[in-house]
Design a protein around this ligand. Structure first.
Ligand SMILES: Cc1ncc(COP(=O)(O)O)c(C=O)c1O
Length: 376
């Protein structure tokens, strides 16, 4: 038996995405910067992909910059704000992804910036009153707060935070890596400065993503070289992966309401089964459809004979899930997110994350195995 419930770490690539990429790799291998026919064909594919993405998320194609993924896009947004847009102060939170937190720490040291960490509550909700207090400053500031937390799923109220940032004339970056494509997103209505995307979280390939930069922000080169991406991010474009990303975005946003209903049903079913079978179970973060990402369920299990062995026992049974984010689980230092929300360290937390490929049978099988592990 093999059951994959680690979709927040990465998702299986959709067969249609693989097909679209193979066709580019085999036939459309030209360098998009070449002026001959091969180059022009590759360039057309690239610009088609950019248009598809811009249309889907309601922005202008010129506001989409292709990157090597979410990490680079997060780095680019915050570093460009500091190095090019005169930002002297950063407001972020202790539960951000390391792509943001480590960038902020680096910039703080390098440029002697003021960094403020907004408080969050025990379910990972950002304290908006504290954020408002922190926003009252004349120093040029960027707010960097993620939309859906990758470990516990709790949402940031994006629209509200964007409004607060506008009121205070502050730049706003949101790491939307976990939510983009999974929920309807209208960038135009949102009025935000930077948004980040990674294709491999939505059944696209790894090593590709994009940064949305609102056109009012005039940024310059982040990577120097041959002036690709209008001079902002040099390097020969990863055409096949970019085409694959656009395909993945088109696919996942098709019949999105049905996909949301299906995956939310799976999450709810797993919560219900576990609450009946393991009455002392708790969940980290928000769990409702309104307040949390329907693809993520972070379970907090009571102390038992399984302590320290739960992930291993599940892995032995062919079940893939995660003890933290994929980037930190190997380091075994515990989760900075769970520490920040002061989750009980005597309990064991496991993140299960779903996709529309997940089946009810898989949820039933994993729930039964978990309940069994806590009964014997
Ligand atoms: C919230 C969040 N931001 C950024 C990243 C990094 O994205 P990538 O793997 O494309 O570099 C991840 C990946 O785990 C993530 O979950």
């Amino acid at each position: 038996m093999q059951i994959y419930l680690d979709n927040a770490a990465t998702t299986p690539v959709a067969p249609e995405v693989i097909e679209s990429m193979i066709s580019v790799l085999q036939d459309d291998f030209g360098n998009p910067s070449s002026s001959h026919g091969y180059g022009r064909k590759a360039k057309a594919l690239l610009e088609n992909a950019r248009r598809t993405i811009a249309t889907t998320f309601h922005c202008s194609p010129s506001e989409i910059i292709f990157t090597s993924g979410g990490t680079e896009a997060d780095n680019m947004a915050i570093r460009c704000a500091v190095e090019q847009l005169a930002v002297k102060r950063i407001i972020t939170s202790p539960i951000e992804h390391h792509a943001v937190l480590h960038t902020v720490t680096y910039l703080q040291k390098q440029f002697d910036l003021e960094v403020c960490y907004v408080r969050c509550d025990a379910t990972g909700n950002i304290d908006l009153a504290h954020l408002t207090e922190l926003l009252a400053s004349d120093v040029k500031t960027i707010v960097s707060l993620m939309h859906a937390n990758n470990e516990i799923g709790t949402y940031l109220p994006l629209q509200e935070v964007s409004r607060l940032c506008r009121q205070h004339n502050t730049l706003f970056h949101s790491d939307t890596v976990q939510s983009i494509g999974h929920i309807p997103l209208n960038i135009d209505e949102l009025d935000i400065d930077f948004i980040t995307c990674s294709a491999h979280k939505m059944h696209g390939p790894k090593g590709v993503g994009f940064l949305y930069v609102n056109k009012r922000n005039k940024i310059q080169a982040f990577i120097q070289g041959g002036s690709q991406e209008r001079g902002l991010r040099s390097g020969t474009e990863n055409t096949a992966s970019i085409v694959g990303m656009a395909k993945a975005i088109s696919l996942i946003t098709e019949n999105l309401d049905q996909k949301i209903a299906k995956v939310w049903g799976l999450k709810k079913s797993m919560m219900d089964q576990l609450q009946v079978g393991i009455p002392t179970i708790r969940f980290n973060g928000e769990t409702s459809l309104e307040k949390s990402l329907y693809t993520v369920l972070n379970c907090s299990f009571p102390s038992s004979k399984n302590d320290g062995m739960l992930l291993f026992s599940l892995d032995l049974k062919g079940i893939a899930c995660s003890g933290g984010s994929a980037c930190t689980s190997g380091a075994n230092t515990g989760s900075h997110v769970l520490r920040a929300i002061e989750s009980d360290s005597t309990r064991q937390s496991i993140r299960f994350s779903f996709s529309h490929y997940t089946t009810q049978e898989e949820i039933d099988a994993v729930s039964t195995i978990l309940i069994h592990l806590f009964q014997n």
